[in-house]
Ligand binder design. Structure first.
Ligand SMILES: *Cc1c(COP(=O)(O)O)cnc(C)c1O
Length: 224
């Protein structure tokens, strides 16, 4: 099996400049993360609060940890000292909790609003309508000064139909553009579209992704 380093270099060669690679290390040991780190990777993604809280202190301080899984409000405190960006904000309540926990330890945290476009009902996130029509009536950026909303995150439907996947990613990119022209007009740091995983990152980049989250293609299959 090819090494983590060779897989990482292969992925990096397929990602255009300007697109950030988040290496999704969930369920993989610190040794594998260390190998990717030694190959130059600095952005890593985890999906469980407890796992992030254990791994972060075992790695150098210049790692940027991305939290990409569903986040319960009672787990926010656990990740706050470590996390660089939270991709999975799926309610205003969670946004407010993240803000107060960041303020409590005197920091600012970058977050993304998770958009639900996939057909599966089990996926978390705001619907496009909730983000475009309801959010502006209930929340303004100034309400949560310790949070910096950097953009959106989303996932495509679980399907082999590439045109369906492309349509889902286009919809996420549309929501991003409408927010950038609306609620976040003039906010220069609203600049991130996190979409694309091992199986679909090429389609996501074509649709405008600026950040891809890749696990399996770098670290191999996960054992759950
Ligand atoms: C696990 C996970 C990924 C990485 O998926 P791969 O198919 O292994 O690349 C990306 N995004 C989210 C939200 C995940 O939970």
């Amino acid at each position: 099996m090819p090494s983590v380093t060779s897989r990482l270099l292969d992925i990096q060669s397929r990602i255009p400049r300007g697109v950030t690679l988040v290496a999704v290390s969930k369920f993989h040991p610190v040794e594998a993360i260390r190998e990717a780190y030694d190959a130059g990777q600095r952005d890593f993604g985890e999906s469980r609060a407890q796992e992030l809280a254990v791994k972060a202190p075992a790695m150098p301080d210049d790692v940027r940890w991305h939290f990409i899984g569903h986040l319960q409000t009672n787990k926010v405190r656990q990740i706050m000292p470590h996390v660089s960006m939270i991709h999975s904000i799926d309610s205003i309540r969670l946004l407010r909790t993240v803000d107060s926990e960041a303020a409590r330890i005197g920091r600012t945290v970058d977050v993304l609003l998770q958009v639900h476009v996939a057909r599966e009902e089990t996926k978390f996130g705001f619907t496009p309508d909730e983000l475009l029509a309801e959010l502006p009536a209930q929340w303004q950026p100034a309400d949560t000064p310790s949070v910096r909303v950097r953009g959106v995150m989303g996932m495509a439907s679980l399907t082999d139909d590439n045109s369906r996947i492309a349509a889902d990613f286009s919809e996420i990119a549309r929501v991003f553009r409408e927010l950038r022209e609306g609620l976040f007009a003039g906010v220069a740091t609203f600049d991130t579209i996190s979409m694309g995983m091992s199986d679909d990152f090429g389609i996501a980049i074509d649709a405008g992704s600026t950040m891809v989250r890749i696990g399996t293609d770098i670290f191999g299959a996960r054992e759950y």
